[in-house]
Design a protein around this ligand. Sequence first.
Ligand code: ACO
Length: 326
Amino acid sequence: MNVRITGTGSALPGKILTNAELEQLIDTTDEWITTRTGIKERRIAADGEYTSTFAAEAARRALAMAGIQPEELDLIILGTVTPDFPFPSTACIVQDLLGATNATAFDLSAACSGFIFGLSIAEKYIRTGAARKVLVIGAEILSRIVDWEDRNTCVLFGDGAGAVILEGSEGDHSLLSTHTFSNGEYWNLLYQQGSGSRNPATDSRTLDERRIYLAMAGNDVFKHAVRGMEEAAVKALDANGLTSSDISLMIPHQANRRIIDATAKRLGVDSDRVFVNLHHYGNTSSASIPIALDEANRQGTLKPANKILLVAFGGGFTYGSALIDW
Ligand code: ACO
């Protein structure tokens, strides 16, 4: 049984926070952010908007494109590091919002690689016959875990969600492979220190010592990200007997323009075959690849039989790739 993407969708907050506005909030400049990251603006969720809000809206758009009803879904996998609550899973909340009454639903924690890890699990469910129609979502509201007093991190992130519908298919155009990797040795280079069992939100020091926020060793993450994305991409190409010249479009995790450029250069993929939208949205973690995939799809960039390479890297460290024959 092959696995085909039959629908894509995305949803973003309406509020745009520009670099110029950030200049008013913290000691930074548009010039620094643009040259170091490529980011010009990001979307920020409003009061009353939650991770499930955008996840469900992205899912509705993907369902509409696939032409299937929520009740037909067998499985919902939601990658996030910013769930509505520690429990229950945001996937269960999305199940309720959609009315996907026949689906098993769970969240997946693989940081910025969450969507690729989700695709990989969905692929196996479908190939083994355990599910026929699967919804995979990447959704985040990172603006609620970044430290808005830390200029090293707060300029990098944004909010949003992307989703795909995967279905079993006998046809050729399908998900060719997924590869996932983890390297827990570096778990503390990028993490949210507070709100779990080590620094509970109930301990006043968690807030007082600013442990509640996302913390990152930016330079180290940068180097590992380039190496990890290259390794994952090469694995995908080798597994399918392809070279980088066969790739029509690479959609990398949208963390930093320099990480994307360095990865593409190492792989030999020219910039006109690399999808970039991080100037609009910043790093939306697990949501970045499905948002980009949906944009490329709706723009008509993806043509039948195109080879599309998705590649991600994130906290954990986690990294991975997916190769699609569109
Ligand atoms: N505005 C102005 N100056 C700043 C800002 C800011 N927003 N942030 C940091 N600086 C200053 C620093 O204080 C430092 O000043 P100093 O030299 O006086 O100490 C100087 O800029 C250089 O800082 P560096 O950290 O060396 O800058 P670098 O070129 O490494 O860029 C960055 C930092 C953008 C975070 C980069 O390391 C990076 O992109 N790392 C990857 C991390 C990433 O993308 N993480 C996202 C999640 S993981 C993932 O998705 C891959």
